[in-house]
Design a binder for this molecule. Structure first.
Ligand code: NDP
Length: 449
């Protein structure tokens, strides 16, 4: 292991997810750093791996039984070289500084790839919205924002949603911010339509993912028509990825949540998808219920002790992990190759382990890392910020056209950067290099700060 990488790991003990994300980027940008002594001299990689600011705070609220609850709250302001900090908030019991630092680090490069002026950040809480009443979620969001509001602002740091934070949570947090600061500004993205939200923002990560994959397929004059696709997750990203797949004539056959997954050999049609959306977004139910409703589907419970997830062992052409980090491990990657998958694009952040990525690449799978393929969400958040700054709304078609253009540009700049450094066709290397160079040059220009 290089001295530089070792020093980052030693400085952040026990933060395995953060180490994994840093290593993954370093392996592909090492050649760029070595070729440019100015980057080395200014210690740019070392600076990029240290958050500009890491805010940790207590969130205290009262549940429906009148009991006091205490949670941890965080915001990682990772890098502001090219714009205000930007990145989602995650509410999930697993949230800790390592996970948020990995996400904030990834976000630096992702945001740079969109071509929009956005720095990298991420935040959240170990609060679990699952099983909580609307009133409890609202009181938690208000308590969370009573502290977070001191550290964010529409020109400083603009959070959005992530796991466990959808339209409902953004609404409660926006209301709390407005009340505390006594101003109506675009301090959060993913807002509702009619109060500052952009059309297409809810769809953007899933749609953008499929637009990115469409560009990958077009490289070999291929399309989605008739392709069988494995999708994990059943939340925001998975839902709209499946919707776009259906629109483009592909057949998604799986969906999951943390309890298990369903396999529907007939395909998850748009009509069945509407059922999933209602089940997950309105009734807040479990994916198991899909198999009770549709006899064409089978349900498989998650075996947490297993080293693989059978979801990835079904035969298919394409795979889209859209749930969470490290959900595709070595054995899953082997199964994907065996099952005939030729394209894997990440909807989730870092869903594929480093060993699994190697197996996919060796197996001839065209692999797109999340920081490129799921950047449509933050790209459209950037478009929401532009609309808020200028006080206008674009139509659905206008936003969708811009989203398609952003995804095409990211796709092309990944391929271009990979080619420049002798790694033709490698989206992972291209995404890291293109994102790194943009932020590194901005940091160099701004001096030692
Ligand atoms: P949601 O909360 O809407 O959905 C998350 C989905 O993943 C749910 O089906 C959830 O199941 C499942 N899931 C969560 N944690 C686990 C786990 N530990 N094991 C198995 N399944 C799990 O989140 P999003 O769809 O917004 O986010 C999904 C992924 O996409 C995340 O990695 C996120 O960082 C990434 N992403 C999201 C963006 C966005 O705009 N929302 C933008 C870019 C990336 P359950 O209901 O059981 O928890």
């Amino acid at each position: 292991m290089s001295k530089l990488l070792k020093s980052v790991i030693d400085r952040n003990p026990g933060e395995s997810e953060f180490h994994q994300a840093v290593e993954e980027v370093y392996e592909t940008v090492e050649a760029v750093i070595k070729k440019n002594p100015k980057y080395q001299k200014a210690k740019l990689f070392e600076r990029m791996t240290e958050p500009e600011r890491l805010i940790s705070f207590r969130v205290t609220w009262v549940d429906d039984k009148g009991e006091v609850q205490v949670n941890k709250g965080y915001r990682v302001q990772m890098n502001s070289a090219i714009g205000p900090y930007k990145g989602g908030l995650r509410f999930h019991p697993s949230v800790n500084p390592s996970i948020l630092k990995f996400l904030a680090f990834e976000q630096i490069f992702k945001n740079a790839l969109t071509g929009l002026p956005m720095g990298g950040g991420k935040g959240g809480s170990d609060f679990n919205p699952k099983g909580k009443s609307d009133g409890e979620v609202m009181r938690f969001c208000q308590a969370f924002m009573s502290e977070l509001s001191k550290h964010i602002g529409h020109r400083l740091d603009v959070p959005a949603g992530d796991i466990g934070v959808g339209g409902r949570e953004i609404g409660y947090m926006f209301g709390a911010y407005k009340k505390i600061q006594n101003e109506f500004t675009g301090v959060l993205t993913g807002k509702g339509q009619g109060w500052g939200g952009s059309l297409i923002r809810p769809e953007a990560t899933g749609y953008g993912l499929i637009y990115f994959a469409q560009n990958m397929l077009a490289e070999s004059n291929d399309s989605f028509k008739g392709k069988t696709c494995l999708v994990s997750g059943s939340g925001n990203v998975a839902q709209f990825a499946m919707k776009k797949l259906c629109i483009l004539g592909a057949k998604p056959v799986t969906a999951s949540d943390s309890s298990g997954y369903i396999y529907d050999a007939d395909g998850i049609s748009q009509e069945k998808l509407e059922y999933i959306m209602e089940l997950k977004n309105e009734k807040r139910g479990r994916i198991k219920e899909y198999a009770d409703k549709y006899s064409s589907a089978e349900y498989f419970e998650t075996d947490k002790s297993s080293d693989h997830n059978p979801l990835w062992a079904h035969e298919a052409d394409c795979a889209f992990p859209c749930a969470t980090q490290n959900e595709i491990r070595s054995k899953d990657a082997e199964n994907l190759v065996k099952g005939g998958v030729k394209l894997l694009a990440e909807g989730a952040n870092m869903p594929t382990t480093s060993d699994a990525i190697e197996i996919l690449l060796d197996g001839g799978v065209s692999y797109a890392p999340g920081k490129a393929s799921n950047a449509g969400g933050v790209g459209t958040s950037g478009l929401e910020m532009v609309q808020n700054y200028s006080g206008i709304y674009w139509t659905r078609e206008e936003v969708d056209t811009k989203l398609r253009a952003i995804m095409k540009d990211i796709h092309d700049s990944c391929l271009h950067a990979a080619k420049e450094y002798g790694m033709e066709g490698n989206y992972q290397a291209g995404a890291n290099i293109a994102g790194f160079v943009k932020v590194a040059d901005a940091m160099l220009a701004q001096g030692i700060i």
